[in-house]
Design a protein around this ligand. Structure first.
Ligand SMILES: [Zn+2]
Length: 405
């Protein structure tokens, strides 16, 4: 007799995960059971994290006493994570997190000259420099420039000034990179298979061009930032992280062009779109940030530091259209946006975007380099651009921690 055919084995679809992300372990939310009220959870979710209530609808179900969070967005059969809300009892202990808010750090002695004493600060100089800038796309030369504008090298110059100055103010300072080289051991060549699998999972045909651009982004963005995330979350475990960047305006012609206006903004984490909430790891990370109440600290700090940055740099505010970034308070310099770094660094993150590198004045100041003292720039005596950037950050942190500790 012929053997009875086995029922065709069923395998669930591959989960929807961000580039180089990991399948979340939902049990890591267990220590947060009963630590947040329904009111606060809904407020944080809708005010800052989900771009609109519709963006998280269907992935997070709000019930009277719990939130149900879909574990695998493309396979509901796997079930929901059941997060119970806190009822009356006040919290007896702080929620699990490695970072400390200003009130959790020892008070400053009276008349202290070191307002950042006891703080652990991670500085992340955005992008990579040196020969790696070609992978990174944040570099250009205009006309007869002698100095090429390289964001990854400029952020490292600012980081080293901050390292010196914040240390003098009592902080313990750690850089995610000390040189212009990547921290990740991966390279474009080692990520080919991973890039192909990622595109296939998303139903895209891995043509040669798409494969090349995906592997490049996987190296310079995903792999590099995730590697820095491991350094921050596993080794440094800071009280805050400063992500240093310079902005740039798009050049529609396809070749580098000087553009106006010049501007400044600071980002905190938030504004998740529906397709981002649909990624299982991204949704998990968003919920974890809500449960750790990172928002209050990030916003309060960004509010103070953005103002000292503006005083120092004299730059006008940049404005988003509400799609990729959204406003969460009345400070026009501060925007919520979901970026890999400010999502996976599990502490309050201040993400700086001052100066458009392809604005004529910024471009001129980069050509002037790191001079000492002041120089006349468009009729005004100014510090070199790197010192000015660092001084805006430092005076903001001094002001914030003096107010709060
Ligand atoms: Zn940047």
């Amino acid at each position: 007799m012929p053997e009875k055919a086995e029922p065709e084995s069923f395998s669930p679809p591959a989960p929807n995960i961000a580039r180089l992300g990991r399948i979340p372990d939902w049990s890591q939310l267990d220590p947060y059971q009963g630590t947040i009220t329904r009111e606060e959870f809904v407020y944080l979710l809708n005010h800052c994290y989900s771009r609109s209530p519709e963006d998280s609808a269907g992935y997070i179900r709000l019930q009277s006493d719990r939130a149900l969070i879909l574990k695998q967005s493309n396979y509901p059969e796997l079930g929901w994570y059941d997060l119970r809300f806190r009822t009356e009892t006040p919290l007896s202990a702080p929620v699990p997190k490695y970072w400390r808010s200003p009130t959790e750090i020892d008070d400053l002695p009276a008349n202290s000259t070191k307002p950042l004493q006891g703080l652990r600060i991670a500085i992340d100089p955005g992008h990579i420099g040196g020969k790696w800038v070609t992978w990174d796309d944040r570099h250009f030369k205009i006309g007869k420039d002698t100095i090429e504008v390289k964001e990854g090298e400029m952020t490292l110059i600012v980081a080293k000034i901050l390292e010196r100055d914040l240390t003098l103010l009592g902080a313990q300072v750690f850089l995610t990179r000390e040189s212009n080289n990547p921290t990740t051991p991966e390279r474009v060549e080692t990520l080919q298979e991973e890039a192909k699998a990622y595109l296939t999972r998303r139903g895209q045909i891995p043509s040669a061009g798409l494969l090349a651009s995906t592997a490049k982004a996987m190296f310079a963005i995903s792999s590099e930032i995730r590697s820095r995330g491991e350094i921050i979350n596993d080794s440094i475990r800071p009280d805050l992280a400063l992500c240093l960047h310079f902005d740039a305006s798009p050049w529609p012609s396809g070749r580098p062009t000087l553009r106006t206006p010049n501007h400044l903004h600071l980002l905190i984490n938030g504004c998740y779109s529906r397709s981002e909430v649909a990624e299982d790891d991204t949704r998990f990370e968003m919920v974890l940030r809500i449960l750790q109440r990172v928002y209050y600290e990030e916003l309060a700090m960004a509010d103070v530091v953005s103002r000292t940055m503006q005083k120092e740099t004299r730059l006008p505010a940049f404005a988003y259209d509400g799609k990729s970034g959204m406003s969460v308070n009345d400070n026009e310099l501060v925007w919520a946006r979901n970026l890999l770094a400010n999502r996976v660094f599990f502490c309050p993150v201040l993400f700086f975007e001052p100066f458009c590198m392809n604005h004529s004045e910024t471009h001129l100041r980069v050509q002037e380099g790191s001079y000492d003292g002041l120089r006349e720039i468009n009729g005004i005596y100014r510090k070199n651009i790197y010192q000015e950037y660092a001084d805006g950050v430092t005076s903001g942190l001094i002001r914030y921690y003096r107010q709060r500790r």
